[in-house]
Design a protein. Structure first.
Length: 234
């Protein structure tokens, strides 16, 4: 079992610490957040470990190992697994699907912005430990991320003073499975912010210039949304 100190450290590194407050969008935009930490259930994994590559390092939909590859929890039964998935995973994805469908039905297009954070240093669980770690990582999908949108997003963050790279150290952009590679009107872009830009990665304390960084970040996000609304057509 993890000590309280080790568990707190794991929470800071692994649960997208403070990102809910860091990203703020227009009140008219639908905001969907996972109800629990990914240390309980990771809603952005495949529900089946056979499909999920990260299950090889104990980080499938229900983690068994920590970022340092130590044991995270006791072995759970199939009944407990099903209960966790039903309570948190499938309810989240149903809400995700319905939210995207509602926008598509009304406007004929939808932009999904998937917000995360990542550490400034590689961790033991990562599959590509030598990958470049920019200040902003943009995750893109070949089918669901229009190239024009991706190019504009990269430019918007660069103009805001950030170092930007695409699909490194993490890649991809989430889409409801019912639309995945079927409906290109559902566009998706992942935005990963390097943690040291806004917080102390050891203590979790926000940096003194947190509000300045937040303003720069959200200004770029709003520009991306405006661009998508006005330019992207299907």
């Amino acid at each position: 079992m993890l000590s309280k100190v080790a568990f707190k450290k794991e929470l800071i590194l692994m649960r997208d610490y403070k990102t809910k407050a860091l990203f703020s969008f227009d009140k008219h935009q639908k905001r969907l957040c996972a109800r629990v930490s990914r240390l309980v259930v990771d809603v952005e994994r495949f529900s089946s470990d056979e499909q999920e590559i990260m299950s090889k390092v104990g980080m499938g939909v229900i983690y068994t190992k920590t970022s340092t590859q130590n044991a995270l929890r006791r072995k759970i039964s199939q009944k407990e697994r099903k209960t966790l998935l039903k309570s948190y995973y499938f309810t989240h994805h149903k809400a995700f699907y319905l939210a995207v469908k509602k926008v598509l039905d009304k406007y004929g297009k939808c932009l999904i912005i998937d917000c995360h954070s990542f550490s400034s240093f590689s961790q033991d669980y990562e599959l590509f430990k030598d990958a470049y770690r920019p200040q902003i990582c943009l995750g893109a999908d070949d089918f669901h991320t229009p190239k024009a949108l991706l190019d504009f997003a990269k430019s918007a963050f660069e103009k805001a003073g950030f170092e930007v790279a695409i699909n490194t150290p993490f890649s991809g952009a989430i889409t409801p499975i019912k639309f995945y590679e079927k409906d290109s009107r559902a566009s998706s872009l992942m935005i990963e912010v390097r943690m040291d830009l806004y917080m102390d990665e050891t203590t979790g304390r926000l940096r003194g210039d947190y509000l300045v960084t937040k303003a720069r970040l959200n200004r770029a996000c709003k520009q991306i949304c405006k661009y998508f609304n006005q330019i992207i057509k299907f």
